[in-house]
Ligand binder design. Structure first.
Ligand code: ADP
Ligand code: MG
Length: 479
């Protein structure tokens, strides 16, 4: 396979990308914590770099540094990771540029202290700790924006919304709805709905013990408990809750001991008539790397999916966001965004935040032309919808095989490998399920697609040439 990567195809410089990421993170922080916090603290943060898993900032005084560290760092980390998962930690150093800034507590700060100190003004909410063991909190914080009030209902999510609402409002487990299994693609509102249930129960039934956490955190806590010989209190803790929510369970797949523990916890809770709510990026039947008995039990309750959004829903979400943020954005700009950015809501919100942040910086009205300019990169990639047919065609050309061999039964390596590459790319670049992809490659079984995906992943790890080919094909297909 002769083609190689060329420099001009490389993405935008990482500096520019980091500045963009920071402006989006900052816009979200501003939205969550409000103008007073923004003006007193957050706006003083200057991004120095984001590399090697760390985002580094400078601030002008130690006082500001300490305040940010104690109040905002966990949110900064979390939001940054949503944008770019390679960043794991945040580092803040004091760099006093002008002496007028040094360690002066201004009236602005005093006002902010008053606001931030009132009970409940803290915006994340995390209560439960291991009983007696003195360990850190076991659940994940809830995002104050993720409530039912802020959730816009449309045809793609109305079933999931109705199921979530019913479970949230019921004091007991509803027969047939345990576990409630919410599934759907990235950024379509699974976490939002789960946290809305948690908020609802915490506000209306505070005596019910609700735990929300990501599957990754479950795994992390489990391994930690094993290491610290705390496994008994770990088990007791998880078995004593009324409602357990585990987000993104696909991350537990393939991790055998965690999977096993999760399964026991899960059974114990269901047998004791406690509510379990689970989210996943695919349906129970599409989950691989999970034991059959676990998979089938996951599907016992109520499984509802969240589908791709419609234009009206996207527009509705944008309208509600600008209303909450109290900013004026012309309707035609919102319509433009809702039309152009259809892949997921997180991206749509990110685009809106970026446009707002940008125009407040340069103090100019928001127009469609301005929006096009600010979002040029994003629009370029999201305009291109890759189909399985595109992929088959492009890979066949690249590897010099006949298009018909993508569907044929021939097993010679020269055609089988490109076919596997095309299946792999179809899984990665389209939203089709494994069985659908199998059908599009001459009616193959979904297990053949799984095999192809694994094979290519394995080969890419060992073979740079193939890895480069895959990257090149990805970029050709997306541009
Ligand atoms: P997922 O967990 O499915 O990846 P999230 O729940 O994190 O997605 O949603 C991504 C973003 O989109 C969040 O900021 C969320 O508030 C927003 N969002 C998703 N669906 C809706 C909706 N129906 N109404 C309002 N906001 C939504
Ligand atoms: Mg999520």
């Amino acid at each position: 396979m002769p083609k190689t990567l060329s420099q001009k195809d490389l993405p935008v410089s990482s500096n520019e990308k980091n500045t963009d990421t920071w402006s989006r993170v900052l816009a979200k922080l501003r939205f969550i914590h409000g103008e007073v916090s923004f003006n007193s603290w957050l706006k003083h943060m200057k991004l120095q770099s984001a590399k090697d898993g760390q985002a580094s900032f400078s601030v002008p005084t130690r006082f500001i540094r300490e305040w940010i560290v104690s109040h905002y760092v966990s949110d900064i980390c979390r939001i940054w990771r949503e944008e770019d998962s390679s960043v794991k930690t945040v580092n803040i150093v004091v760099k006093s540029g002008s002496s007028s800034h040094d360690e002066i507590i201004t009236q602005e700060h005093v006002e902010a202290l008053k606001v931030t100190n009132i009970p409940n003004a803290r915006q994340t909410y995390s209560t439960t700790t291991y009983s007696n063991s003195g360990l850190e909190s076991l659940d994940s914080p809830l995002d104050p924006r993720f409530t039912f009030d802020n959730f816009i209902v449309g045809p793609s999510n109305e079933l999931a919304h109705a199921a979530a609402k019913t479970v949230a409002e019921s004091e007991d487990v509803i027969p047939g709805s345990n576990p409630l299994f919410l599934y759907g693609g990235v950024g379509l509102g699974k976490t939002h709905l789960m946290q809305a249930i948690a908020w609802h129960i915490r506000n209306n039934n505070p005596e019910r013990r609700v735990i929300y956490l990501s599957a990754e955190k479950f795994m992390y806590q489990f391994i930690r408990a094993l290491r610290n010989k705390n496994i008994v209190s770990f088990k007791e803790f998880f078995r004593s809750v009324d409602v357990l929510m585990v987000d993104d369970v696909q991350f537990i797949c393939g991790k055998n001991s965690t999977q096993e523990e999760f399964f026991h916890t899960f059974n114990a809770l269901i047998d004791n008539n406690r509510q379990l709510i689970i989210s996943c990026d695919r349906s129970p039947s599409d989950l691989d790397g999970i034991e059959e008995r676990i998979r089938s039990r996951l599907g016992w309750g109520l499984a509802t999916d969240i589908n791709s959004t419609t234009f009206e829903l996207r527009l509705g979400i944008l309208l509600s966001k600008v209303e909450q943020m109290n900013v004026r954005v012309p309707k035609e700009v919102l319509e433009f965004l809702a039309r152009k950015i259809s892949s997921n809501i997180r991206e749509l919100e990110g685009a809106l935040n970026k446009v707002i942040a940008h125009s407040s910086l340069i103090k100019r009205e928001i127009t469609i032309e301005g929006t096009q300019q600010i979002l040029s990169d994003l629009l370029r990639t999201s305009e291109r919808i890759v189909t399985v047919d595109d992929i088959k065609q492009t890979v066949a050309e690249h590897c010099n095989i006949r298009l018909s061999d993508m569907n044929s039964a021939r097993r010679a390596r020269t055609v089988a490998r490109p076919r596997q590459m095309a299946m792999y790319l179809s899984k990665r670049l389209t939203t089709h399920s494994l069985p659908e992809i199998g059908r599009k490659f001459g009616g193959r079984d979904h297990t053949t697609v799984i095999h192809a995906v694994r094979k290519i992943e394995e080969l890419c790890a060992a073979d740079n040439e193939l890895k480069n080919d895959i990257e090149l094909l990805t970029r050709i297909l997306q541009n």
